[in-house]
Design a protein around this ligand. Structure first.
Ligand SMILES: C[S@@+](CC[C@H](N)C(=O)[O-])C[C@H]1O[C@@H](n2cnc3c(N)ncnc32)[C@H](O)[C@@H]1O
Length: 274
């Protein structure tokens, strides 16, 4: 593929993105950014890549800036991503949390278009079915991409999307096929979820405390110093003995003194020490 945009322009856009959300575009990855430049230009009303950089430097209004950041994020996700993690959640983690407290609070901190959060809610419902009444759960689902968050809140998925990770049984039980051939998550599942725009690199406005926090497949795109910053922020929102889960290729070794690594049902989890 020929280089269409000069490297110094790409690097300036990359710098803007990294300062805003921490995502690194460098080396071979610059090509991934290059593919997104036309859409960014359109969002910013820019006439050329250089004009885009000039507009980024002058400062964009809130909606335009958000649109550029939405385009910069990689929202790849699927239902029940990493089956082992979700079976550990169902068999061990969530029952353990309910044994401690009747109301389990969960934060899916980079939820993308919602597949992770609905997988969590489905698992919680499945555990609840086997329990006596009086137990409940609530989930905060957040992401830095407003576009992804709108899709998550809508909870409507194409056939292709539901085929990525959902069993036929779960699809039947928790989704409704709409006239436009899209599958909508059942309102019963949505009612326990609150959606919020949140940049994990920014200081927290809330003092919410959670039993379980997920930050999966996001830290790999960040520099080590930002990983540390994000993990420390997540730890502040974890209750003592609460659990933090990251992606299969991510490790929190050396990032926080407050977390202890454990292997639970074949899955690595991080537990906040008292
Ligand atoms: C690859 S997706 C992973 C989605 C889901 N957690 C999973 O594992 O399937 C990464 C998500 O992290 C979000 N993200 C990137 N930087 C972020 C930041 N600074 N704060 C919050 N979310 C961020 C992106 O918008 C994207 O939706």
């Amino acid at each position: 593929m020929p280089q269409l945009i000069d490297e110094s322009t790409l690097k300036e856009v990359a710098q803007f993105i990294e300062e805003a959300v921490g995502i690194i575009y460098e080396g071979n990855n610059l090509f991934q950014l290059e593919k997104r430049i036309p859409e960014m230009m359109w969002a910013a009303g820019a006439l050329s890549p250089k004009d885009l950089v000039a507009r980024l430097e002058r400062g964009l209004d809130r909606n335009c800036r958000q649109a550029i950041l939405d385009i910069a994020t990689n929202n790849e996700t699927l239902f029940f991503r990493d089956e082992r993690v979700f079976s550990a959640l169902k068999e061990v983690l969530i029952p353990t949390l309910w044994a401690r407290h009747p109301h389990v609070r969960i934060w899916s901190s980079c939820c993308s278009t919602g597949q992770e959060v609905y997988s969590l809610a489905i698992i919680s419902e499945e555990v609840l079915e086997k329990m006596s009444s009086g137990f409940r759960y609530s989930i905060v689902a957040s992401d830095v991409s407003e576009r992804a968050l709108v899709a998550a809140r809508n909870g409507r998925y194409s056939q292709l999307q539901v085929e990525r990770g959902l069993s036929g049984q779960r699809l039947e039980k928790y989704f409704v096929l709409e006239q436009d051939e899209r599958w909508s998550i059942h309102p019963k599942i949505k009612r326990n979820i609150e959606f919020k725009l949140c940049n994990l690199l920014e200081a927290s406005q809330s003092s919410d405390q959670f039993d379980l926090v997920l930050c999966r497949n996001m830290l790999i795109y960040q520099r080590p110093e930002n990983r540390k910053r994000i993990v420390n922020k997540l730890v502040k929102h974890l209750k003592p003995e609460g659990y933090l889960l990251v992606g299969g290729s991510e490790s929190l070794l050396g990032l926080s003194d407050e977390l202890k690594m454990e292997s639970l049902a074949g899955t690595i989890v991080y537990k906040k020490e008292n």
